[in-house]
Ligand binder design. Sequence first.
Ligand SMILES: [Fe+2]
Ligand SMILES: [Fe+2]
Length: 168
Amino acid sequence: MPLLGSKIETQRELYLHQLGAALTMENTILGMLPQLEEHARNAQLQQALRRHRDETEEHVRNLERVFAVLGDQPDDSPCPAIEGLEKEGQSTLKMVDDSLNDDVILSGVCETEYHEVAVYEGLIVKAAAMGEQGVVGLLHENLKSEQETLQQAMQMSQQLAQRETLAV
Ligand SMILES: [Fe+2]
Ligand SMILES: [Fe+2]
């Protein structure tokens, strides 16, 4: 991380800053998932959130490994994007009747996973361009896991919407 008041001047420093923001993103999600699990009503959704918490712990470890491969210390750059998604989810949960919690949670999960996919795709393109194949491999593991979670959340969201449409 550059010294206080100094600017990031190299692509490598910028990359480390972006990796640090990804690490903050994953740690923030790790804090969010148990709260979402508490609010979730459907057992299948609770189980999926619990599983993704374990996967997110692995995402954190993979990012720490990436820092090690690059010979740098893990960085805690801020990630305002994930804070925004967290705030939106929390405020919407307060607004709705409990019967709509799963709907709110699944929408938030889809948006979060899309964001994570975008973050990892961007980091992978740059790592590949830098010739850092070890970094590409680790980040690709995270990307694959986020893509699977996204597909699963979209499917659950669709099933929920269909069930509600049928019930009307
Ligand atoms: Fe993740
Ligand atoms: Fe995720």
